[in-house]
Design a protein around this ligand. Sequence first.
Ligand SMILES: [Zn+2]
Ligand SMILES: [Zn+2]
Length: 207
Amino acid sequence: MNAARLHSYNEALKLDEVDEPKVDGPLDVIVRIGAAGLCRTDLHIQEGQWAEKSGVQLPYTPGHENAGWVHEVGSAVSNVEVGDTVIVHPFISCGLCDPCRAGDDMHCLNGSFPGINRDGGFADFLQTSARSVVKLDPSLDPKEIAALADAGLTAIHAIKKAIPVLSPGTRAVVIGAGGLGHIGIQCLKAMTPAEVIVIDPSEAALR
Ligand SMILES: [Zn+2]
Ligand SMILES: [Zn+2]
C-alpha cells in the first residue's frame, strides 16, 4: 500500500510502498482510510518537537485524524463489521486498567497513539482497535468528518468543561473562529443555552 512516511525530521514526507497492516490481535481493526486530517501537531512532529516524547522510530507514518471504512476485524471484534463507515478515536486504550475503568482513557497505562508513536493514517490502511472505532451513518463521507477525530475532540473537551458555568442568560466569548474555534462555536450552540460571541480578525472567518 501507499504510505506518506517521515524519514527524517525537518524534511518532507515521502510516499513509500509498504506492507499493509494485518490483524495481529483479536481486538484489532484494520481501517481503509477514506480521509486523514492534517493537524498542527503533524507539523510539530515533522519539526522533531515530539521526537523525545513519542520515542517513535523513523521512518513512520503520521496521521491521527482518521476516518474510513472497516476493512478487516479480529476474531473478538463485535462492535463493527467489514464495510462499516467509522471515525477513529486517535488513541488506543485497553479498557481494563484503572484509568480506563474510571473513564480516563487518555491516561491508559497500556495505550498507544497511531500517528504519534506508531504508524498512523497517512496511508491506505490503518491498524487500530475495536475500542477506538466509532460506527457512523454510511451516508457520511470520511473527508467531511475526519478532522473531528482530533480537532472535534479538542473543541468538545473545552466546551464540556465550560458547561457548568454556562447557564441560561450567560454569554460565551470564542476568541478565534479557525480550525478548532468553528467547531467550538457549533458545540456551544448545541450543548449550552449561552449567547455566543465570536471574535476573529478575519472577516471571512466571521462569516
Ligand atoms: Zn491533532
Ligand atoms: Zn487502559
